[in-house]
Every structure is written in structure tokens, then in C-alpha cells.
Design a protein around this ligand. Structure first.
Ligand code: C2O
Ligand code: CU
Length: 720
């Protein structure tokens, strides 16, 4: 619903600007009536234009009223103070002043025919009450539209004041020119207006357009240049947010907690190739730790050793079609890594020929920070010919995945990803256990694992089956439907659901980055797992033959907030939190790194001006995520699992819902909690990697930790 009201307001304001502009044009032409009869016709046209103008006006007000009735103030406070007043005042002026005046002109010109315009009537056509309100209304709607497209939330003085001042200047210009014209007419000059020749009108319009264009161009170039990311920067740059907890001293500042960028630059200096023997930065007297030191076990012998080689490869799909991919070990998806819970895993990443560079991020596994695989944050990108070794203990059983975190939008799109499954150490696994990893390939469409069609799988009746569902794509919500047997959602983001009850006729939606495990017992008949459509996915039958069962007519949507049985959690909604943060997601038109785009913002900004949440090890942290924008944002915090406390004020009432990637839909408000128990510098970003690539990213920073790595074009590290 939220998106509906926002889009309605947007469309209404756009039409409001245009229709007020048209009405203003009609009203401005009244003075060229020439004869009483022609003025009568022109007045009628103006009245019609004014009447039409009311439609978008009313629907914009209606949309705002709906938002105010249904949502928290954060969704409409800006509308109340910035959209409504100009709309209401201008609307009032148009319908209380202009409309009746034009109505009277129309009425008073009804009877006479052909007579020349008496001076008294001419005067009435140029009265400011007739000529000023409509163009002012166009400007007012434009102001509201601007504030809708570039919402100043949280409020910033300049973002509110500059458009308001410009609006004020436009209003003054309108009033001044219309009053001047009226004065000239009442003073007796001229006796009648003649429409200027088309050539002059054109010239005047061109002149206005050129000036406006030049000003816009200058402002644009300035803003574009201002938004360029520096060629080298630290991920520790950016304003710090302490979440209402004690400000912590930043590693390299020696206590100057308020100047993050100075701190970061301090850290750079230490790792610039130059002076040997420079000490570590100090944090309140104790030595700060580099993220590079926060490794997994380095000395023990690993239980599993795996090598993943990044290489460009033409990959043949099951259908015989080929895709040009960036792969791990020549496969897409990359090889399925299956380890046992508790295993010490060692993975050697080798980059054969991916010039963009590669890293591996273990999505959903709370690895030590140095193993997190984020270029420019926890390591340098691995360039062709280089390698990097990751080591971590697979403490948590569940469905995870791995993917590059260097130019991740492009890298993941092109195939640098694969499934990672940690099997429970008690060996309580299902008889059949499959990963389902759809991916969109250009020119081919959605491919599930390696197939573009329904894949048949032979399963013995009575077998227990676990399906691990993934989403590796941007922008798309995968809709999984299992038909032919009742099923359970047994795990979400790698955590088992407590007391998962049986479901039927339910669509399980999986957004980018998230995982859901479905389990069922194979019946005698066929079972279909459809991925978005009936002819894509997996078809399980006892003999590997047979047809897919029909799709149910009506589907309900799986709701994790109420699913399963409550169970004890280490903390909850009633806990005392050391810090509470707010993440306000939104969109605005603006610039990122030199180009104009629809930006997706966190607390009103894109990276590097997004906040950095600063915590101290051991803190219990609450995060409120609000999506004011018009699209979904699956938000992913590295290195931690968060417990969902509530959604839209409704407390979580089912199994504890632990998540690492939470889809926040437009209009949604979530409260989450996590324990800051994994020191480091962690990314927190939208897993629509296209959004992350244009700045929808921020960091969680632990006191006393710094990164020696840098990002930016000159460093070769481009985490997004
Ligand atoms: Cu799966 Cu930072 O990402
Ligand atoms: Cu997003």
C-alpha cells in the first residue's frame, strides 16, 4: 500500500505542475481577447483548465492524507511540513481568487457579441488575482515534487532552505511582473494587447530556456564533480554514529572521536609504504587492532582444504546453450562446498584471469573479520596470478553461500558465486539434500542450477528431502512454490526454525542473499518445486518420469514473523540495549561518483556519507530499519546474525527469527537486535548489489579496530 500512495502522490504532483502550467497559459492569454465574444470563449477555456487542475491536486492531497492515516510520522512528517503548505496555499489562491474572477468575466461576457473589449474588462483580465495564482501553483507543485524526489529526511537545513528560497524568488517574480502589468493597464497604456508575433514569442521562450538550461547545467556539473569518490579512501571515512551509547574513541585519533576521517587518514599514514617503525595507532591508551590480525585459526591443521580458482570460462548449460561467465573452477554456480559443522575449513582462492580482481565473502557465515573477503576492508582484491587463503571454523550448520566481494555487482552477475552448506555435526541430515540456485544469464533468462527448464529428480517415496533455496540476483524476489506434498520451512538464513509446522499452498519468497530451507517427505506421487513459474524448477517423482502437479489456485505468502514456536533467545525486545541505531532507507535523485542516478540512501545519504555504526565488543545493539523508499532493500550485515524483534510494531511471535539478510519492503519498519561479539569492520549493505554499487552501503565498526586497506580506483579495491 505504501508504494501505491507514494506513486500516486508522485504522479499527481507531476500532472499538477503540468496542468497548473497549462491553466496559467490560458489565463495569461485572456488579455489578448480583443473582442467581448472572444474573451468569453477564452474565459471558458481557462475555467475548464482550472477545473481539470483540481484533479491532480485533490489526488495528491488524498495520497498524503492516506499516508498520514496509515503510517508512522517518519513516513509523512516531511510531507506535512513541506508538501502540504505550498499545495494548500496555492490551491486556495487559485480556487478562492482566480476561479471566481474568471467566472465573473465569463458571465459578464455572455450576452454581447462582436463588440470591442471595454477597458474595464481588459483591466479585469490582467488583475493579479487572475494572473498570479496559477503560475504560483505550478511552482508550488514543483516545489513539492522536488521535495518528494529529493526528500530532506532526516532534515538538513540547506536541503530545505535552498529550494524554499528559490520558490520564494519565483513567487516574487510572478507577483512583481503581474502587478506591473496590471498597473500599466490601469494607467491607461496600452488600450489593448496584441499577441506578439510568433517569432518574438519563440525568441523570448528560447532566451528563458537558455538561461534556465545554463543555470541547471552549472549546478549539475558542480554536484557531479562534488560526488566523485576520491581515488583512494578508507572505509572508515564517514560520520560516526554511536547509537546513543558512549562515544568510543576511534583507533587512530587518540581520543578525537568526532573526526572519523582524520582518524582514517591517520591509519592510512601508518600503512603508507614510507616510514618503517611507525607504531600502531592508539585507542584510549590501548593498542588498536588491525582487521588483518582478526584471522581464523592459522596454526591448526584444517579438516578440509579446498581450492577455488577464479577463471573466465564459456559454460555449457544442460540445454547445450552456452554462457560467457566468470567462474569458480569453471562451473556455474561454483562448486557446492559441503562441510561438517565444527570443521576447520581452508579455502585457497586462486585468480587465474579475472582482471577485475576477486575475493570470497562467506555470506551468512559469521567468520572472523580477516576471513570476510571484502576488498578494501578486510583484504586486497586478488588479482590474476595471485592467491589468498581463507580459514575459518564452520561453527554454524545451515545453508550459506559464497561470492566475490570485489566489484560484487558485476562479479556475482557474471557467475562468481556458489553454495556453501554446513551439515550438522550430529549427522541428522535428510536422505536427499539439494541446493537450488537460480541465476539470470543474459540472453538466456533464469537458469536453475544449470537448467532453464524443469529438472526431473528421482526420489524414493518415504525419503526425507531438504531443498536449500537461494537468490543470487538483483532486483528480483524469487517465488518458490512446493506442490504435491505438505512441507515445512525448516531453516531461514542458516538457522533452524523451532517447531516448523506443515504448510501447503504457500509461496515462499526469497530475496537477494537470503536462504530458506524447505523439507518434505516424498509421497507416492510427483512433487513440484516451481521457481517463479510452473515450467521452471525441480520435479520429484518416484521413477523420474511423470507430469508436474497443477499449481494451486490460491497461494498465501509465507510469513516468518508468525511461523513456528517461540524458543528461548539470549536477548529480546525487553533487553536493555547498549546502543540503538536507526537505518532510514529511501530513494532520491542525485549524484554518485560523478553520475546522475536514482540513488538509494541510508539516513538520507549514499556512501561515503552514510553513517558508520560504532560499537564496543559485547554491546547489545538494537537496529530499527525503516524503508521510506519505493522499492525493496534486502539489508545484509556481515559477520553477525540479528534477531527480528518486530515488524510494523507487531512483535515476532513464532520461532526466533535470526537473519543475516532481511528484506525490508516499502513502508516496513523492523526492529532487530544483535550482540556485538565479532570484532572488526563489517559491511552493512543492500544485497540488491546494483543498489550497493551506487552507494547503498555502510559499516559496523568496533572500537579499537582499524583497517589498513584502502579502496578506490587507485587502489584496485572496489568492494561494490
Ligand atoms: Cu552477500 Cu556483502 O554480501
Ligand atoms: Cu536496495
Amino acid at each position: 500500500m505504501y508504494s501505491l500512495w507514494v506513486s500516486l502522490e508522485l504522479a499527481s504532483l507531476l500532472i499538477a505542475v503540468i496542468s497548473a502550467w497549462i491553466a496559467a497559459g490560458r489565463l495569461g492569454k485572456l488579455r489578448y481577447g480583443g473582442s467581448v465574444e472572444r474573451l468569453h470563449r477564452k474565459a471558458r477555456a481557462a475555467l475548464i483548465a482550472l477545473a481539470w487542475m483540481a484533479v491532480p491536486w485533490i489526488s495528491a492531497l488524498y495520497a498524503i492524507a492516506q499516508l498520514m492515516l496509515q503510517y508512522e510520522p517518519i513516513f509523512w512528517r516531511d510531507r506535512l511540513f513541506l508538501h502540504l503548505p505550498p499545495l494548500l496555499i496555492a490551491g486556495f489562491a487559485v480556487y478562492a481568487l482566480t476561479f471566481p474572477a474568471v467566472w465573473r468575466i465569463w458571465r459578464d461576457t455572455a450576452t454581447t457579441t462582436g463588440a470591442p473589449l471595454p477597458p474595464e474588462l481588459l483591466r479585469r483580465t490582467v488583475h493579479p488575482a487572475v494572473t498570479a495564482p496559477a503560475p504560483s501553483a505550478a511552482a508550488a507543485a514543483a516545489l513539492a515534487l522536488y521535495h518528494l524526489l529529493v526528500p530532506p529526511v532526516p532534515p538538513k537545513t540547506a536541503e530545505i532552505a535552498i529550494p524554499l528560497l528559490m520558490f520564494g524568488a519565483v513567487l516574487a517574480a510572478i507577483l512583481w511582473s503581474r502587478t506591473l502589468r496590471y498597473r500599466r493597464v490601469t494607467a491607461g497604456q496600452p488600450a489593448a494587447f496584441k499577441l506578439p508575433p510568433p517569432g518574438r514569442r519563440l525568441l523570448r521562450k528560447l532566451g528563458v530556456l537558455t538561461v534556465a538550461g545554463a543555470v541547471a547545467y552549472a549546478l549539475f556539473s558542480l554536484a557531479a564533480a562534488n560526488s566523485r569518490l576520491p581515488a583512494r579512501f578508507s572505509m572508515m571515512d564517514g560520520p560516526m554514529d554511536f547509537g546513543g551509547g558512549a562515544p568510543v574513541t576511534h583507533p587512530a585519533t587518540g581520543g578525537d572521536a568526532l573526526h572519523a576521517s582524520h582518524a582514517a587518514h591517520g591509519a592510512h599514514a601508518l600503512h603508507a609504504p614510507a616510514p618503517a617503525g611507525s607504531g600502531k595507532p592508539h585507542a584510549g591508551g590501548t593498542d588498536a587492532i588491525s582487521v588483518a590480525e582478526l584471522t581464523g585459526p592459522r596454526d591448526e591443521t584444517p579438516d578440509r582444504r579446498i581450492t577455488l580458482t577464479a577463471m573466465k570460462q564459456t559454460v555449457r548449460l544442460d540445454s547445450g546453450r552456452t554462457v560467457e561467465a566468470w567462474t569458480f573452477n569453471g562451473q556455474v554456480p561454483g562448486p557446492e562446498i559441503r562441510v561438517r559443522q565444527g570443521d576447520l575449513v581452508e579455502i585457497t582462492l586462486v585468480n587465474r584471469d579475472v582482471e577485475a580482481g576477486v575475493t570470497i565473502h562467506w555470506h551468512g557465515v559469521d567468520v572472523p573479520n580477516a576471513e570476510d573477503g571484502v576488498a578494501g576492508v578486510t583484504q586486497n582484491a586478488v588479482m590474476p596470478g595471485e592467491k589468498h587463503v581463507y580459514r575459518f571454523r564452520a561453527d554454524q550448520a545451515g545453508s550459506f553461500w559464497y561470492h566475490t566481494h570485489q566489484q560484487s555487482k558485476e562479479g556475482v552477475q557474471r557467475g562468481l558465486f556458489g553454495p556453501l552448506v554446513v551439515e550438522p555435526e550430529d549427522g541428522a541430515a535428510e536422505d536427499v539434500d539439494l541446493t537450488v540456485m537460480p541465476h539470470i544469464w543474459p540472453g538466456v533468462g533464469t537458469v536453475v542450477n544449470r537448467s532453464e527448464t524443469l529438472q526431473r529428480v528421482k526420489v524414493e517415496p518415504g525419503s526425507r528431502v531438504r531443498l536449500r533455496l537461494y537468490n543470487t540476483d538483483d532486483w528480483i524476489i524469487r517465488k518458490y512454490v512446493l506442490v504435491g506434498a505438505p512441507f515445512r520451512v525448516s531453516a531461514i538464513d542458516g538457522t533452524e526454525v523451532n517447531g516448523a509446522r506443515e504448510l501447503r499452498d504457500t509461496v515462499v519468497e526469497v530475496t537477494s542473499g537470503t536462504r530458506m530451507d524447505l523439507t518434505f517427505t516424498m509421497p507416492d506421487g510427483p512433487v513440484l518445486l516451481s521457481v517463479d513459474r510452473r515450467d521452471l524448477g525441480l520435479l520429484f517423482t518416484p521413477d523420474g518420469k511423470g507430469d508436474a502437479p497443477a499449481m494451486p489456485r490460491r497461494l498465501s505468502r509465507f510469513n516468518p514473523l508468525r511461523y513456528g514456536e517461540p524458543a528461548p533467545t539470549p536477548f529480546g525486545a525487553d533487553s536493555r540495549f547498549d546502543r540503538s541505531f536507526t537505518m532510514l532507507l529511501d530513494n532520491k535523485l542525485g549524484f554518485f561518483n560523478g553520475s546522475f542516478d536514482q540513488l538509494y540512501t541510508i539516513n538520507g545519504e549514499v556512501f561515503p556519507r552514510t553513517p558508520m555504526f560504532v560499537v564496543r565488543e559485547g554491546d547489545l545493539v538494537k537496529v530499527k530499519i525503516i524503508n521510506r523508499g519505493s522499492v525493496d532493500h534486502p539489508m545484509h550485515l556481515h559477520g553477525h546474525h540479528a534477531l527480528v524483534l518486530s515488524r510494523n510494531r507487531e512483535p515476532a511471535s513464532g520461532s526466533p527469527w535470526w537473519t543475516d539478510t532481511l528484506d525490508v519492503r516499502p513502508g516496513d519498519v523492523y526492529e532487530l537486535a544483535f550482540r556485538a561479539n565479532n570484532p572488526g569492520l563489517w559491511m552493512d549493505h543492500c544485497h540488491n548489489l546494483a543498489h550497493a554499487a551506487i552507494g547503498m552501503t555502510m559499516h559496523l565498526m568496533y572500537e579499537g579496530v582499524y583497517t589498513p586497506y584502502e579502496a578506490g580506483a587507485d587502489t584496485g579495491n572496489l568492494p561494490e
